[in-house]
Design a protein around this ligand. Structure first.
Ligand code: NI
Length: 135
């Protein structure tokens, strides 16, 4: 039998509510199974991004909360730092406090990966999805 480890994780209430709604709709028997599946998807996606090598192009799409103190400055700083791989940025004001940014990237896979990591790991960035193709 596979050994199971128990961990404690904190969630914003709205996220947990969304998760529980989805779990109900999808017919999951437990929250743990749904969270394990979500983590598996995350690990698979990140591993795939890590393995990329050579010239790549694509789009990073992120959603963030602009009310989080200092976040916009940090995001802009990260983008300036990686300007060599950024071709264009599209900003969409989604709601009173949520913004979506689509960052078109082209260049070395390693640099694109660093940019994606710098953006995704900031507090207040709710999602970052990347679509990367070879060039
Ligand atoms: Ni905005």
């Amino acid at each position: 039998m596979t050994k199971i480890v128990r961990v404690g994780v904190t969630f914003p209430p709205e996220l947990l509510q969304d998760l529980d709604e989805l779990i109900g709709e999808m017919g999951y028997e437990s929250r743990s199974k749904a969270i394990q599946d979500a983590v598996t998807s995350f690990v698979t996606e990140q591993r795939l991004l890590h393995k990329q090598k050579g010239k790549r192009a694509g789009v990073l799409v992120m959603v963030y909360d602009h009310d989080v103190r200092g976040l916009e400055d940090e995001l802009i700083e990260a983008q300036h730092h990686h300007r060599d791989v950024i071709n264009s940025v599209l900003h969409v004001h989604l709601s009173d406090k949520e913004c979506l940014e689509a960052v078109a990237v082209k260049g070395d896979a390693e640099d694109i990966k660093h940019l994606a990591q710098e953006l995704a790991t900031r507090k207040g960035v709710k999602q970052l999805r990347s679509t990367i193709v070879s060039t």
